[in-house]
Write a protein that binds this ligand. Sequence first.
Ligand code: SF4
Length: 632
Amino acid sequence: MKGYCGQMLRVDLDGIAAYPIPLSEELAQDYIGGRGFVARLLWEELPPDVDALSPQNLMIIATGPLSGHLLPASGKTHFGCKSPATGGYADSNMGGHFGPQLKYAGYDAMMISGRADQPSILVIDGPTVELQPAGDHWGSGALSCEKALKDELGEDFEIITIGPAGENLVRFACISHDFGRQAGRTGVGAVMGSKNLKAIAVRGDKSLPVHDLPGLFAASKKMYQHIKEKPGFLGWTPEGTAGITDFCNRVGAFPTRNFSTSYAGHYKDINGAAVVEKVRLHDKGCCCCPTPCGKYGHARTNLGSAHVEGPEYETIALFGGVCVLENIEEVAYANYLCDELGLDTISAAVVAAWAIECFEKGLLTKEQLGRRVSFGDLESIKDLLELMAHRQGLGDRLAEGVKSASRWLGQGSEDFAIHVKGLEWTGYESRNAPGMMLSYMTADIGAHHNRSWALGNDVAGATVDVHSLISGGGEAKALGKSPVGGQSEAVINLQHLRPAFDLLGVCRLQFMELGIEVEHYEELFELVTGRKLSWQELLQASQRVWHLTRAISLRELGGIEREWDYPPARFMTEPVPSGPNQGHLITKAEVDQLLDEYYAARGWDQRGRPTRETLEAHGLADVAEELGGLIS
Ligand code: SF4
């Protein structure tokens, strides 16, 4: 199998054993790599019904067939497990250089089970795998730990770490790498912490097997050139994802003040231009990336200063909008705190905003929180983040996530706990964007935007030229009511399209932002692997993975009902009070209409469970058989 290393590393921390196992050709054929490997390996290897933070949970790290090759943006690595945040299927990916280095050490993927008997660091140096005591690294920040390990082991090791949040099993702890890249979502950092793993360091010097090396060099060179010539190249790269902040405000999709509204008057102080002007020192990219969207910089605030990568759009929306920090350096500093503590910026900001709103409404006291807290106050945010990461006082409740914390507190606080399935919502307010709302509701890991970004379709459907809005000009303007109905086809197509890049192990942004043609990926795949794979066949594999991840959640939860896909009550009961979408909400009847159409188009029953017939039609007959009476 060209393109692949042909083996995975199995690590059993209970038995302190590490050994290679072959990568099956069937797995590579049907699931391609990356997220596809994560899903199939979890289905086959995860013991059903285990506690997500128990030693029995599996932590999977997977690359794709294009990862690590000399071709554009080949640095993506995928992490998967049973989610401590939702109890269902979890994955999260990061850029950087860890996955490529894992391949240079000889492995397409890793599967880690058990729990080390003391805090440890796993060091993979080519064929040698050692578990070393973490010593004083345990308790250190995620960024600090990476720096210290680089000093100890050598600059040529690629390293992933967790911070105190991961050690303390915070259910939205992230895994950090490359001083600012994170596998942020679904609590993968807590699972790493539950295994007593502070860090994994990897170094390798193997060549990757390539079917046609001269052909790959030529095609890659052509693609790099093509990317540089794309009209969006000079416009998109300088600000990266932060560049979309203005657009989101103009269309009323910028979540503000715990998602109570969708427009921030201060957006020009926290947008992409502000990042470039006030924070950025230089650009920073992942392995082989020609469009480095990372903005490494320096933030100075009243509470201190820090070097930090970011903030990218999500962190701007969550800390600048949802927590209402009104200047970009404060947003960047909150970003740094999360990175060092090992918290997902998205979930941490949603939890902090919920706590502040509870305080404002008199549901939480200053005695419980240790202080008065308010929106827009960096010191409040800093103290809340530290409470969460260290599980101090009320932080122990907050560390369980906004769904759990609001169920504990009650008193109506569940209505403004902004999540789906237990995973906190990301940076797009969607009460007047039914396609985006449906994307959030049906994303397999919980409320996350990267599976299907249907906002552009919504805005275009609401009689506004989305491109004119993105390219600037014009003030906020009222949009017509986006009609509910007919969204499922676009959302489903996007749910197959965007994760397709996750199977290959490359970044999707060159396609999404610059419009690189899919034929380039077909060509690269064949040159690397020697196997012809049409884009349609890749989308079929992506679709198979989509049904499989739902099946994993169905098995782990012992059943799924449609309530699992419902948005928070705030979006169904409170009209947007201000901004371009003032007055809009989505009704419960509209939510059910969206789900009815989506389930029917997916071939799922009205509870949201894939039918036997659907699973069999997508090559998942064995999955249907194991699910037995859970499906019809
Ligand atoms: Fe990494 Fe950004 Fe480049 Fe994608 S576009 S590979 S996320 S630097």
